[in-house]
Design a protein around this ligand. Structure first.
Ligand code: ASP
Length: 442
């Protein structure tokens, strides 16, 4: 029998009704042994996540203002859940301890972590599973990075004798003994760490969408769900703006070769998206591509100089100027007498004049042009590898939509094609590529 680690996000545990759904999912499969819950999230769109309430409440405490009212509202969220679940559990002592922690300034990480801590206690009581405080099994180094060895040892030791357990997400114990959290959305990371430590057969990440979508639903109407995606493809798409999973959640399971299944708590019958290692034999999507993502707000600097190509160290000098100003560049297409660097506009903003002056001095170009308002669109898919005609179809789609392509970049891995277009053409570019690859197949 395999071991599954199941993480439930905030919207999946926002109230008693949602927790009941999650519990039914857990109980329906004996392999779902270890549960990692988030704090209660939003019950409706204008609602406030408990984590945000805790940050706000601690802010008041820190400023020496009264935090009683916000604290009561947090207590009320949990009381309502306990009542709705019909369990016999009192969190009174916990709340007293937390209020003291606020007064004693245990830190905002401590404050935020209580969302998961309390929810974990409730869910453990409801399921009848043992509760393990994450501060006893997840450890950080002094620099804030995860102490992998200590964490893995502690998790293995605590879990090896337990058929089931609830381990709250998002936090652990810092090197100074105080509670530390991951960055926002960090329960995904906890789930991944637990799955890696127990060598799970699967890490299920339950959320409120049925997996990763081929394109952003705000741009493409009702896009198809990605059935299988590799870790590398996911990194490419996430970097270009697609988000469902915390970026750091990939690493602990990836190195252990454990797949992640993104599932929908509100539609458990749907298979969701499987995130698999590269070597996996999974068939590629019938669409050839796996997904399309993109970002706006890039700036291009075009640097022209006759015979640039034969000038040894030219590119290095350009990159040096950027590096010295702590600017990272995204792409660098070039020709014989010109090269272009594409940079996130925000990074460049305050340093623009300085960079141009330094470039002038360092490489003495014949001409330099700066263009703002560039968007990048990434078409990602392992199915592109050695498939003829993918690029042709992308550019045919763009040409047909009368979109001018300002830049093209394809890595030698043949995993993605990146095109630069103007921001005005961004949405249309994504739509026409989606139509070309997805709608033409259906
Ligand atoms: N509750 C935390 C947050 O809202 C962590 C999580 O839900 O993953 O960011």
């Amino acid at each position: 029998m395999g071991v599954k680690v199941v993480k439930f996000g905030g919207s999946s545990l926002a109230d008693a009704g949602q927790i009941k759904k999650a519990a039914a999912i857990i109980k329906s499969d004996l392999e779902r042994r270890y549960v990692v819950p988030s704090a209660p999230g939003k019950r409706f769109s204008e609602d406030i996540k408990v984590t945000d309430m805790l940050y706000a409440c601690y802010g008041l405490a820190e400023r020496g203002e009264s935090f009683a009212e916000t604290f009561k509202a947090i207590q009320a969220r949990y009381s309502e859940i306990i009542k709705g679940l019909g369990i016999d559990l009192s969190l009174e002592e916990d709340f007293e301890e937390i209020a003291n922690g606020f007064r004693s300034r245990y830190g905002k990480d401590y404050a935020a972590s209580r969302g998961e801590y309390l929810n974990g206690k409730i869910i453990a009581a409801y399921l009848g599973f043992p509760f393990i405080d994450a501060a006893e099994v997840i450890f950080f180094h002094e620099d804030g990075k995860l102490n992998k060895e200590k964490t893995n040892n502690a998790l293995r030791e605590r879990l090896c004798g337990l058929d089931n357990a609830v381990i709250p997400g998002f936090y652990g114990c810092g090197a100074d003994g105080y509670v530390r959290t991951f960055s926002r959305g960090g329960s995904d990371v906890t789930g991944s760490i637990v799955a890696g430590a127990v060598k799970a057969s699967l890490y299920e990440n339950w959320t409120d969408v049925s997996g990763f979508l081929v394109a952003d639903p705000r741009i493409v109407e009702n896009p198809a769900v990605i059935r299988t995606i590799t870790y590398t493809e996911l990194r490419e798409l996430s970097y270009m703006g697609a988000s469902v999973l915390h970026e750091e959640a990939i690493f602990p399971v990836r190195s252990a070769g454990i797949p992640i299944n993104i599932r929908n708590t509100n539609a458990p019958e749907e298979a969701g998206t499987m995130i698999v290692p590269e070597s996996s034999e999974e068939e590629v999507s019938s669409y050839t591509i796996t997904g399309i993502a993109g970002k706006k707000h890039f700036t291009t600097i075009n640097i022209h100089k006759d015979k640039m190509n034969s000038e040894v160290g030219f590119c290095r000098d350009v990159l040096d100027v950027l590096a010295n100003n702590n600017i990272s560049m995204e792409h660098m297409p070039s020709s014989i007498d010109a090269m272009t660097v594409i940079i996130d506009s925000e990074q460049l903003e305050s340093k623009r004049d300085l960079i141009l002056t330094q470039l002038n001095k360092r490489v003495a170009p014949d001409k330099m042009e700066v263009e703002d308002g560039i968007a990048l669109v990434a078409v990602v898919g392992r199915g592109m590898f050695r498939t003829r005609g993918v690029a042709a179809r992308i550019f045919a789609a763009l040409a047909h939509a009368r979109i001018n392509v300002k830049m093209i970049d394809q890595g030698s891995s043949e995993l993605n094609v990146i095109v630069g277009v103007t921001e005005d053409d961004f949405e249309q570019a994504i739509r026409c590529i989606y139509d070309m690859f997805v709608n033409s197949v259906e």
